[in-house]
Design a protein around this ligand. Structure first.
Ligand code: ADP
Length: 234
């Protein structure tokens, strides 16, 4: 994959939307479509917890409660990650930035690398989010996410790829979900205005009803119609 024109630095595709908006699924589609890596701060943080690193221990309580972890910590993780070789032409940010302060840090970092951003906002009705979150299951072995309605496994309760038993992620429990939604409304939703006001390319995608493939098609159309974003060729 090669990126033509539009500055020398990386293109950051920022996917954002509430928990349950389908960010993870759409990120994986975009990885295939654009041939650039996905960077999920949630996955990176969970990985630290699994490995029991100092960072993992410092964030465990917040993660379990569904609260955001400190900005400096995620800013540092993302900054280190996006400067690796595989991010040179671009990357997909899934779950970052989530606060105005993270967004400002990211805009500065990207400008320093000579890059630019396109922001994709997946908007989803509250009731749809709640029913999606209730049916969500994950394979602890390979990380694949399933959903009873939109993406059921072939055999109920078992991962298609490795036959491992599917479980409810700890932070998908009902009380934690409502805390995560509160945090999203208070801290992350204002980013739509932040990006609009700072003149960044912002694409609003209605992700409430259709199958994930249809939503991906909408994202593809929007990217193609943006000057400088439909610039990938293999
Ligand atoms: P979701 O988007 O469905 O809430 P994630 O896997 O993206 O799930 O995030 C899980 C948890 O990881 C969040 O509830 C929060 O505690 C932490 N987290 C992830 N990304 C960030 C971020 N950019 N800033 C602060 N905390 C984060």
């Amino acid at each position: 994959m090669r990126r033509d024109g539009a500055g020398a630095g990386p293109l950051a595709v920022i996917l954002f939307g509430s928990p349950g908006s389908g960010k993870g699924t759409q990120s994986r589609f975009l990885v295939e479509m654009l041939g650039i890596p996905q960077i999920s701060t949630g996955d990176m943080l969970r990985d630290h917890m699994r490995r029991g690193t100092g960072t993992g221990e410092a964030i465990a309580d917040r993660m379990r409660a569904g609260s955001l972890v400190p900005d400096e910590m995620v800013n540092r993780l993302v900054s280190e990650r996006i400067q690796l070789d595989d991010c040179q032409s671009g990357f997909i940010l899934d779950g970052y930035p989530r606060t105005i302060s993270q967004a400002a840090a990211m805009v500065d970092l990207l400008a320093g690398l000579g890059g630019e951003e396109v922001v994709i906002h997946l908007s989803v009705d509250y009731n749809v989010i709640m029913s999606r979150m209730a049916g969500r299951r994950v394979c602890l072995k390979c990380g694949t996410l399933y959903n009873a309605v939109t993406r059921p496994p072939r055999i109920a309760g078992v991962c298609d790829s490795d036959n491992a038993v599917l479980v409810i992620r700890e932070d998908d429990r009902e009380e934690v979900v409502s805390e995560r939604l509160k945090q999203y409304e208070a801290q992350t939703k204002p980013l739509v205005e932040f990006f609009r006001e700072s003149g960044k390319r912002l694409v609003e995608v209605n992700a409430s009803v259709e199958q994930p493939e249809v939503i991906c098609g909408r994202i593809r159309e929007s990217l193609g119609s943006l000057p400088g974003a439909g610039v990938y060729s293999s």
